[in-house]
Write a protein that binds this ligand. Structure first.
Ligand code: COA
Length: 390
């Protein structure tokens, strides 16, 4: 796959540029919580949860794990598969509703830890649709010629914003991260089309009131009284919204990509609930076997669920060269987003350069720690010197 020279600026005479996925990776916390374990402290049971959602277990971050550490692990894997160096990246976007901080962004932390010092970094907030939004932003920047390589991550620690006394929400969510590397290429394919939508009038159906929240939402208290920094949801309404928009937006994205629904080899939907996926498959008249589904093992990991499902689909060999894949996300905002990708398996690089690149990546990760520390240390020393001089 031919790539482009780093430009930083669009060249109108250049060949048409395409954005291809060339690397992928995922990470989940070490600790698993089964429905039975959950039932020990919430009034619920495995039968109810499984019948209503298809979920059997979820991963829960421990004290030492966070949105950024999960994102970092997924990013390292994605760079490994892509076989590029962190310094080759021009952009890092983390889609998340559970950022490490309001700022600095989770993306900036990952940028620092990777030593990706040529990359811009920012977080994107579009709830469970965030990964498709972020992938679209990165693909557009590549196609416009302003960047050549981007790392797009969906990462969440939903366990930190759940109200563990609210059985209507806490049973559904889990923690994790997934990442892809997108790269410019002159080979047709990759991201073919995207449809991004929002309906802010439905913002009160699914929300996490937080810093700066005016009381518009909280005055209409939901199941948990709409506690600050805790998620609340009108489950039935969200269910109806989700089944409608999944089919609608996949159809729209297919039209834009000039691809028939019957040409879609695999749909990778946001993993919210098995019943939503079954209803959407019926509406689209696509056999449910063409829907990737791993909600049983992970629960709803919000912006992380699509890249995690993508990684598992690749691992299970459910994606072949030239396949058409539909990604579809939906969630808080309300937001929803679909994307059609024509998969182009990257040309494997020479084994020797792979080994060399692996070593160079590991050196860069080690340098990253020292670089970060020395920059902080230099800043402190400079500030002391200035204080002393004034
Ligand atoms: N365990 C046992 N019983 C529970 C329960 C739980 N965890 N949560 C609710 N119940 C009870 C309710 O209290 C209610 O009891 P009642 O009939 O005595 O009043 C009963 O189960 C039915 O509750 P209801 O809320 O009507 O259930 P439901 O069939 O609508 O299922 C959801 C609830 C949340 C599973 C369903 O609405 C849903 O999947 N919504 C979409 C959520 C989603 O995917 N959101 C994320 C989008 S990104």
């Amino acid at each position: 796959m031919a790539t482009f020279e780093k430009s930083g600026k669009a060249d109108p005479a250049a060949t048409v540029r395409h954005a291809h996925v060339i690397g992928w990776g995922m990470a989940v916390p070490e600790t698993v919580m089964t429905n039975d374990e959950l039932s020990a402290f919430v009034e619920t049971n495995d039968d109810w949860i499984y019948a209503r959602s298809g979920i059997r277990q979820r991963y829960i971050a421990s004290e030492g794990e966070s949105t950024a550490t999960l994102a970092y692990r997924a990013a390292q894997q994605a760079l490994e598969v892509a076989d590029i160096l962190p310094t080759d990246l021009d952009l890092i976007v983390v889609a998340t509703s559970t950022p490490e901080n309001i700022f600095p962004s989770t993306a900036s932390l990952v940028q620092d830890w990777l030593n990706a010092h040529e990359a811009g970094a920012f977080d994107l907030s579009a709830a469970c649709s965030g990964f498709v939004y972020a992938l679209n932003m990165a693909a557009d920047s590549i196609r416009a010629g302003s960047i050549d390589a981007a790392l797009v991550i969906g990462a969440e620690t939903m366990s930190r914003i759940l109200d563990w006394q609210d059985r209507s929400t806490c049973i559904l969510f889990g923690d994790g991260a997934g990442a892809v590397v997108l790269q410019a290429s002159d080979v047709p394919g990759g991201v073919l089309s995207s449809v991004l939508r929002s309906d802010g009038a439905g913002g009160d159906l699914l929300a996490i009131p937080s810093v700066g929240s005016i009381d518009a939402n909280r005055s209409r208290a939901g199941a948990n009284g709409n506690k600050l920094y805790k998620m609340y949801m009108a489950g039935g309404e969200v269910f109806k919204f989700a089944t409608r928009v999944v089919s609608e937006s996949v159809e729209q994205a297919c039209q834009l990509a000039e691809v028939n629904i019957s040409d879609i080899n695999l749909v990778i939907p946001h993993q919210a609930n098995l019943r939503i996926l079954q209803a959407a498959a019926r509406k689209l008249d696509i056999d449910i076997s063409k829907f990737m589904n791993n909600v049983e093992q992970y629960g709803n990991t919000s912006a992380a669920s699509i890249p995690i499902a993508l990684c598992e689909a690749i691992e299970q060999k459910r994606i072949q060269d030239q396949d058409h894949i539909a990604l579809v996300g939906f969630g808080g905002g309300l937001t929803w987003a679909s994307m059609i990708i024509r998969w182009g398996i990257p040309t494997p690089s020479q084994q020797q350069s792979s080994v060399l690149n692996r070593q160079r990546r590991h050196v860069q990760y080690r340098i990253a720690k020292w670089r970060s520390r020395s920059r902080r240390w230099r800043r402190r020393v400079n500030s002391k010197v200035r204080d002393f001089q004034s």
